[in-house]
Design a protein around this ligand. Structure first.
Ligand code: 5GP
Length: 203
C-alpha cells in the first residue's frame, strides 16, 4: 500500500546580528522558493533598491501603533531606532495550508514567538541563529555595506555582541562562512525538518 504524507507548514525563524550575512542568505534562499517569505512591517525608511511589499511593508508609526492595537502582529519589537513586526494572518494561513514560512527577525522577535503560548505556532517553529565569525569581521562587513553611519555601526556592533550570546536559545546555529556554505547548511536544516517524524501525518 502506498502511503501519502502531509504536514502543516514549518515556521523557519532566522536571526542574526546585522552584517552577519542573513539578508544575503535570505535573498539566496528566495531564488528557489519552496517556502513563503514573511514580509514584515517596519517604520524605517526604505534603503536604495528596497521595494514596498517585497522587502518590507514600509508604514508610519501611527499605522504601526494601530496594527499593534488590532492584534495584527504575531510579534513586534523595536530594533535600533525603528519598529518591526511580523503579520500574524499570512503566517498562520500558510502554515495551515502546509506551506513553509521563512521569517527574518531579531532575537527579541524570535524569543517572543518561542514564548507566544500558541501550541500550533510552537509545533511549527524551527529557529536558526546565524553566528558571525567575530566582531571585527562584522565591522568590516558593515563598513563595506556602507548603509550605516559610523555611530550606527558602533550601535549595531554593541547589539551584535549582546545578540551573539543568545545563540544557544535556537534549535540550530550556523557559524557564518561564505554565502554558499551558509546556504548549504540552511538547506540541510530545511531538509531535515521537513522529514521530522513528529511533523508528518501518514495517510
Ligand atoms: P534592517 O533594518 O537591517 O532590515 O533590520 C534590522 C533588524 O530587524 C534585523 O535584525 C531584522 O532581522 C530585524 N527584523 C526585521 N523584521 C522584523 C520583524 O518583523 N520583527 C522583528 N522582531 N525583527 C525584525
Amino acid at each position: 500500500m502506498n502511503k501519502k504524507i502531509s504536514r502543516f507548514g514549518i515556521l523557519f525563524v532566522v536571526s542574526a546580528p546585522s552584517g552577519a550575512g542573513k539578508t544575503t542568505l535570505c535573498t539566496a534562499l528566495r531564488q528557489t522558493p519552496d517556502f513563503v517569505y514573511s514580509v514584515s512591517c517596519t517604520t524605517r525608511t526604505p534603503r536604495a533598491g528596497e521595494i514596498d511589499g517585497k522587502d518590507y511593508w514600509f508604514i508610519s508609526e501611527d499605522k504601526f501603533a494601530q496594527r499593534i492595537s488590532a492584534g495584527d502582529f504575531l510579534e513586534h519589537a523595536q530594533v535600533h531606532e525603528h519598529f518591526y513586526g511580523t503579520l500574524r494572518a499570512p503566517v498562520v494561513e500558510n502554515l495551515r495550508a502546509g506551506i513553509d514560512v521563512l521569517v527574518d527577525i531579531d532575537t527579541q522577535g524570535a524569543a517572543a514567538i518561542r514564548n507566544c503560548g500558541d501550541e500550533f505556532i510552537a509545533r511549527a517553529l524551527s529557529d536558526v541563529f546565524i553566528m558571525p565569525p567575530d566582531l571585527e569581521e562584522l565591522r568590516r562587513r558593515l563598513m563595506k555595506r556602507g548603509t550605516e553611519t559610523a555611530v550606527q555601526i558602533e550601535t549595531r556592533l554593541q547589539t551584535a555582541a549582546r545578540e551573539m550570546q543568545l545563540w544557544c536559545d535556537y534549535r540550530y546555529t550556523i557559524i557564518s562562512k561564505s554565502v554558499e556554505e551558509d546556504l548549504l547548511k540552511f538547506r540541510q536544516i530545511m531538509g531535515a525538518e521537513r522529514i521530522l517524524s513528529r511533523r508528518l501525518i501518514l495517510h
